[in-house]
Design a protein. Sequence first.
Length: 515
Amino acid sequence: MQDWSSGYVTDIVYTHGFYRELTPALMEFQAAALGQRRPGARTFCELGCGQGFSTNLLASANPQIDFYANDFNPSHIAAARELADEAGTPNVCFFQDSFADFLERQDLPAFDIIALHGVYSWVSSENRARLVEFVRRRLAPGGLVYVSYNALPGLSQTMPLRQLMVEHGSHSAEPTSTRIDAALAFADRIKAAGALYFSQAPLASARLDEIGPMAREYLAHEYFNRDWTSFYHSQVAADFEAADVAFIGSAQVLDHFEALSLPPVQQAILDDIGDPAFRETVRDFLVFQHFRRDLYARAPAQIPAPAWQAFWLNQRFALSVPGQAMSNRISTVTGDASLPEAIYAPIMAALKSGPKTGREILAEPAIWGMGLLSPEESERVLIAANAPRLGGGRPFHRAMAALAALVGANQVQPALPADGEADRRRCAGAFNRAVLRRARNSSDLGFLASPVTGGGLPASRMNQLFLLAHAEGAVDPAAFAARILGGVSTESPIQRQYEVFVSDWLPMATALGVL
């Protein structure tokens, strides 16, 4: 492997993923919901952007923000720039630099948001130090940092499996895809031979069975880089102290609803711990955390109670799942939980007609008319300022807590202000047309940009082809999709999928502005 790669896989490109947690509006909602001032992002930087699909999508949906992204792999950056050019996205700039070179650039602004998705676990200690130093130098006052990483103790059983496969592959000069196949076969052989490791580490055994069918592009970058490190939360928090940023909370909203996911005896243990970093580490033991998504802030400041109440009143929300996917059942890290139907149902009903502010939701007769809220309570929004966690601690307004839980469950999204939406629709529309054109030949790009939420909407290739058919005026969209997919008869499930598309998916996509 070439020296310039620093031990990172370069002969297989990474997948074209979109990672919801990188959405600026979602990060700012999280910070504000946790009682922190929102930065009102105007600049955004992603370090280790891979194919750059997330950054491209976010830039198109947020033309009010200047986006910068870096990855040292030339294939990744070439693909990212090609998509940006095809979509005509003017507010995104991609750099093909090492982290050492990017750190020393003099042509970068201060950033309101810096995002590191996964990369912290897959680079050397020297490069981790450079990432921290970049945050120290480049994060603006009040700025947010998102960092995700492989976590302990959840990966404690998997780490030896990864080591076994990497060491096996190190003895071969074959391409990475060939080495992955051989390493998986060797691990299966070891398991079949009755290796005590697999019987004593059942999660590793299950993981080996799980990853076998996965795309080699994914496995190459997830498991076969030279550097692959898992961390306890307290270790990462200590690293970022050097960047003059403070941990403000998990970037996964539902983590803050501990009453939904942890039994009382475990909540009591956490409530007795005063040190925030140690508290998070203990929580990771309770839930056996294997991947963390964390938010940090520079000089975080509490929002005064009136401003916090105004935030909830003025924040817009949008439904982001088809009707058939709506549910008051939400998945937490420890299992499923249910939101009270009396609160959940009127909120979802209110959002079916389109995005609404917290004030508009609370004014719905179905909410206060059922005795959940009085009209006076709707106006006051009795949310206690400085609540340490969304779902516990001080009193928290039930309707607002339900909204936050639905955001965490990815059924509802915080939406951007109505002002500026026309410009956002124009930019996101150009990006979405580029994605739809590519759907003729590929299923690589699985999301469309929403100018309403400033984030991404999952869109299967089939739904993209149906949208493309509508855009091109096809008389029979099901037949249009069937021809592209190889002449499949419209008597097949394609016709039935189109009927579901029209009745369920298309209204949601229209409300989110992706057309």
